[in-house]
Design a protein around this ligand. Structure first.
Ligand code: PLP
Length: 394
């Protein structure tokens, strides 16, 4: 059979026909527990009534007009996001990579306006920022870059969670304009930096007049048990990017900024045909209101503590389990060996998980998961991991 799709995805042998909450059903009506939420997208799970209603209501009225005109839903969503984050202004895009492109362009433009010879952005090893040319160049994973050279210039890479490395760059280079960093590296293997890492980056940015740019595409919208991961600290970034869970599956990205960074992109310097259209914005507004009204940030913290405790109890004593870590419902179980095979083995047990950075089982369940469902996740997954390690040992 000819396949008319490009071959750029390695897909699992299943397709889903419908979902409800944390559940998905395939075409044979087999039911799966979704502990991945479309890679941190469906925070409210599948077919949430508020999201579905918002989509249907808006689709019946108006889907798209373009940014040649005012868009009331876009303004309302910007008001909500700025109120929740403390940042000043928002640019809307359609994906995470595009949100990061906007952030990179802000940094470049400001650097050029300040007369920097070659504006440079400090980025991290192990990071992931997207698949466009600029964002893959910012990404700290050679697998994402190989074959796509020449890369976009203007990025200086340092190890993650290493403040001294940033200080060293500061002494060696007068052209830095910004630091772009994930509060927790998601694709990089749920890497959680030291508690004072982000505050120290903030201090360095203040000291050198650099922009602190946070990629909260995976960590944002409640995922870590706060609206945004930076809110676990007493700091404000200058720029923050969002996507993924903002639309619960409706494609939308956002680049938020404050102060000078918020004034950098003027008419004609950046734009998007679809970005922030009425349908995407009405949906995202329903997502944010639901998280707020249903107290899902608090629920995320509670469920996180429960899941981490349970996993540690069940797996903590196994030598091959190197670490069990997480913030909110962004949880990593690291083994001492590659474990990509577990994804298929979990699928065979009707459980959706992911393995990233070769050895880290990544869980990003919907924020609406309840304790019974969490128990099922723990039971099925701990069994799978134990069996996997037994079989590998043979
Ligand atoms: N930044 C981070 C931290 C991500 O996790 C991702 C996607 O996984 C992206 C950027 C890219 O987002 P998108 O795939 O929507 O372009």
């Amino acid at each position: 059979m000819s396949n008319t799709l490009m071959s750029n995805y390695g897909r699992l042998p299943v397709q889903f026909s419908h979902g409800a909450g944390v559940w998905l059903w395939d075409e044979q009506e087999t039911q799966y527990l979704d502990a991945l939420a479309g890679i941190a997208v469906c925070g409210l799970g599948h077919a949430h009534a508020n999201v579905t209603d918002a989509i249907c209501r808006q689709a019946k009225k108006l889907v798209h007009t373009s940014n040649l005109y005012g868009i009331q839903q876009q303004q309302a969503l910007a008001d909500k996001l700025t109120a929740l984050s403390g940042l000043d202004n928002v640019f809307f895009a359609n994906s995470g990579a595009e949100a990061n492109e906007a952030a990179i362009k802000i940094a470049r433009k400001l650097g050029n306006e300040r007369g920097l010879e070659i504006p440079q952005i400090i980025v991290m090893a192990g990071s992931f920022h997207g698949r466009t040319m600029a964002t893959l160049s910012a990404t700290g994973n050679p697998k994402v870059q190989v074959g796509f050279e020449p890369l976009v210039a203007g990025f200086i890479r340092v190890p993650y969670n290493d403040i001294e490395a940033i200080k060293k760059v500061a002494t060696e280079n007068d052209n830095i304009i910004a630091i772009l960093v994930e509060p927790i590296q998601g694709e990089g293997g749920i890497q959680i930096p030291a508690d004072d890492y982000l505050p120290q980056i903030r201090a360095l940015c203040d000291q050198h007049d650099w922009l602190m740019m946070l990629d909260e595409i995976q960590t944002g919208i409640g995922r870590t048990g706060a609206w945004f991961a930076f809110q676990h600290h007493d700091i404000l970034p200058d720029v923050m990017t969002l996507a993924k869970a903002l639309g619960n599956g409706m494609p939308i990205g956002a680049c938020l900024a404050r102060g000078q960074a918020a004034q950098t992109l003027q008419a004609g310097t950046h734009g998007s045909t679809f970005g922030g259209n009425p349908l995407a914005c009405a949906t995202a507004l329903a997502v944010l209101n639901t998280i707020e009204n249903d107290d899902l940030i608090q629920h995320t913290q509670t469920l996180s503590a429960y899941l981490l405790r349970e996993f540690k109890q069940q797996l903590g004593d196994i030598p091959a389990v190197v670490d069990i870590r997480g913030k909110g419902l962004m949880i990593g179980i690291e083994l001492n060996q590659p474990c990509a095979l577990l994804v298929q083995q979990a699928l065979d047990k009707q459980l959706l998980i992911n393995v990233t950075a070769d050895t880290v089982i990544r869980l990003l369940p919907p924020l609406i998961m309840n304790q019974t469902q969490a128990n099922q996740l723990v039971t099925v997954l701990t069994d799978l991991i134990k069996n996997f390690l037994l079989n590998q040992g043979k």
